[in-house]
Design a protein. Structure first.
Length: 149
């Protein structure tokens, strides 16, 4: 398969999974039928380009195109890191895996979710503040749906 196809698949992989090392990316590409070496992946990372960003789980590869799709990133973060979603009035409480609350909150802040005013994150808990009680219900429903997918 050609380089253009490989670059497209690399972007899909980085959007869909947490990739921490070049070896992780090589394995993911092998699973998708691309026979590549670490040296090839290293060149691809520079050409796309991918950057390493710090998340609650450590350093992960990030593609600039992810910024254009914050809802996709949020949905992925919710699926991977959120354990439960609760609600009281205009407040939604997310319980996350330890060390992942801050990246989840950052994803929420980046996503254009109309009912959300802002977030507050600890180590394993995110408090989502909605505009009012009705907006709290909307935010809760949106996050529950992301968790179930």
């Amino acid at each position: 398969m050609d380089k253009r196809s490989r670059h497209r698949v690399i972007k899909e992989i980085v959007l869909g999974q947490n990739i921490a090392t070049q070896e992780d990316l090589v394995e993911a590409l092998l699973e998708r039928g691309f026979s590549v070496t670490q040296a090839t992946v290293s060149r691809d990372i520079a050409q796309i380009p991918l950057q390493k960003v710090r998340t609650g789980g450590g350093l992960m590869y990030h593609w600039q195109g992810q910024v254009a799709e914050p809802n996709i990133r949020l949905a992925r973060m919710v699926r991977e890191f959120v354990l439960s979603v609760g609600r009281s009035q205009n407040l939604v409480l997310l319980k996350t895996r330890p060390g992942t609350a801050q990246p989840v909150a950052a994803s929420l802040d980046e996503a254009p979710l109309e009912p959300v005013l802002g977030t507050l994150a600890g180590d394993d808990t995110v408090l989502v503040v909605a505009k009012d009680v009705h907006a709290g219900g909307q935010a809760h429903e949106i996050l529950e749906q992301m968790l179930e997918k």
